[in-house]
Write a protein that binds this ligand. Structure first.
Ligand SMILES: C[S@@+](CC[C@H](N)C(=O)[O-])C[C@H]1O[C@@H](n2cnc3c(N)ncnc32)[C@H](O)[C@@H]1O
Length: 344
């Protein structure tokens, strides 16, 4: 049973989080505009993070509105509680996986919402915190869990996986062209001594990246490996795949879903889901009458992804890989079969 009160958690590692967010919100104005919400609406921010989107949304909703914010990271929930304290909107912050949103809302008696926003991935607050182990720029435990008490750390994953599994993770989640090479190197090193810190892993990757590869790389050789481990540790694609149909089912007709993603794997999932759910009958054209019953549930608001402006990228380089897709829930109709849809 989920209670909104769990969002009151405002500490991690036993230390109260007092500092302000370091996260700079990506595509703030564009996202809030395309969410198309107004006073009195009920909105979910599925990834509260530094609460930049939440703040702008909460201001729009006003005293009659409701903002429900999710984040797996207790620190994000604690900071958001402070940053959003002056809002008049009815605020509920929940430390939970967004994939559980339908269960959480049902347990609070909420059946539908007017808008949902996802701003996926990791926040600068997590990246800049050495103890959380997300970044190869800081030395710290190789952790990478969004939720500090989740069962699997990146170190445990690295030290317990076979070469095949590591190579699969680096290839699938990092699109690393030398996945097997790094998998072998990391596997061999971890058998001699467990890899426990971000710098141990970083140094290993640097030592085993030939100068000729490095010369051709536009990014740090650690980038893909660290991204892949983070995605695997937090089961990120699985959560996204689970939540999209849940989010759709929670949207009232006319309500919008905004998704900002930071790599092609996430964006591909969103693009495919939006495309499938915006299609009507999918029977073969040879069928004279629709038998599939499939009906469009979404209207695409953005036919192509929206990218941050050059000015935003110059101000906040982290925004450079962001892309946003938006879709709107259509009114519920009878099935194509019931409506006797004909193909001729
Ligand atoms: C890019 S940040 C969001 C930033 C936020 N929109 C802002 O304006 O500051 C992404 C946040 O999503 C959280 N997160 C990632 N996956 C999640 C999941 N499955 N469920 C809940 N929160 C998640 C992360 O902990 C992180 O704080």
């Amino acid at each position: 049973m989920y209670l909104f009160e769990v969002g009151c958690v405002s500490h991690e590692w036993g230390v109260m989080i007092e500092r302000a967010t370091k996260h700079e919100t990506v595509m703030l104005a564009e996202a809030v505009e395309l969410l198309s919400i107004g006073p009195g609406d009920r909105v979910i921010d599925a990834t509260v993070g530094g609460a930049g989107h939440s703040l702008a949304i909460g201001q729009r909703l006003g005293a009659g509105g409701m903002l429900i914010g999710f984040d797996l990271d207790a620190g994000a929930i604690g900071r958001a509680r402070k940053r959003l304290a002056s809002l008049s909107v009815h605020l509920q912050l929940v430390q939970a996986n967004f994939a559980e949103m339908r269960t959480v809302l049902r347990s609070a008696g909420i059946e539908s919402v007017d808008g949902i926003i996802f701003d996926l991935g990791v926040s600068s607050d997590l990246l800049e915190e050495p103890d959380r182990g997300f970044s190869f720029s800081h030395d710290g435990p190789l952790d990478m869990r969004f939720k500090s008490d989740a069962p699997l750390t990146a170190a445990q994953l690295v030290n317990s996986s076979s070469v095949d599994r590591l190579a699969q993770i680096f290839r699938m989640y990092g699109q690393e062209p030398h996945s097997r090479h790094y998998a072998r190197v990391i596997f061999a090193a971890s058998r001699l001594q467990p890899i426990e810190t971000t710098f141990q892993l970083r140094d290993l990757i640097y030592r085993h990246t030939p100068a000729s590869w490095r010369a051709k790389l536009k990014i740090d050789p650690c980038t893909r490996i660290f991204q892949a481990l983070r995605i695997a540790v937090n089961d990120e694609l699985e959560s996204l795949g689970r939540v999209l149909p849940e989010a759709l089912s929670l949207l009232r007709p006319g309500g919008r879903m905004v998704v900002i993603s930071f790599h092609s794997l996430e964006d591909g999932l969103v693009k495919h889901f939006f495309k499938e759910e915006s299609r009507g009958c999918i029977c073969p054209v040879s069928m004279p009458v629709c038998r599939c019953g499939h009906q469009a549930q979404l209207r695409l608001i953005t036919k192509r992804p929206v990218f941050p402006s050059q000015a935003e990228i110059a101000r906040n380089p982290r925004a450079r890989s962001a892309r946003m897709r938006v879709a709107e829930r259509l009114p519920v109709q009878g099935s194509a079969e019931q409506r006797g849809v004909r193909h001729d």
